[in-house]
Design a binder for this molecule. Structure first.
Ligand SMILES: [Ca+2]
Ligand SMILES: [Ca+2]
Length: 110
């Protein structure tokens, strides 16, 4: 349970950071190929930046002292990205394999 909560907090970090922008502006931060939609690879790449920011010693694992709140089980980059891929497919409501701006900014589902 503690790890699920920590992962949820991690996933929400970029949303908190960009709460002031419009959905279209938020989408552009993900959309590296500029096609106006976010692929799974773009989603995982952009969301992983948060992981790398938190991973202060750069070993590919978030240790307890690197996690929000300073406690919880260590999370590897692999676990984090697997979680992002699951999140991506939950957000992709119309199952077209891409997120549009509205799909991107909806609250994560549990
Ligand atoms: Ca794109
Ligand atoms: Ca979609």
């Amino acid at each position: 349970m503690a790890r699920r909560a920590a992962l949820a907090a991690l996933l929400l970090l970029p949303l908190w950071a960009h709460a002031q922008g419009t959905p279209a502006e938020y989408l552009r931060e993900f959309d590296t190929d500029g096609d106006g939609r976010v692929s799974e690879a773009e989603y995982v790449a952009h969301m992983s930046e948060g992981f790398h920011r938190l991973d202060r010693n750069g070993d590919g694992v978030l240790e307890a002292d690197e996690l929000p709140g300073g406690h919880g089980k260590p999370i590897t980059l692999q676990q984090y990205q697997d979680n992002l891929r699951r999140q991506f497919h939950k957000l992709d409501r119309n199952h077209d394999g891409y997120l549009d701006a509205q799909e991107l900014v909806q609250p994560p589902q549990g």
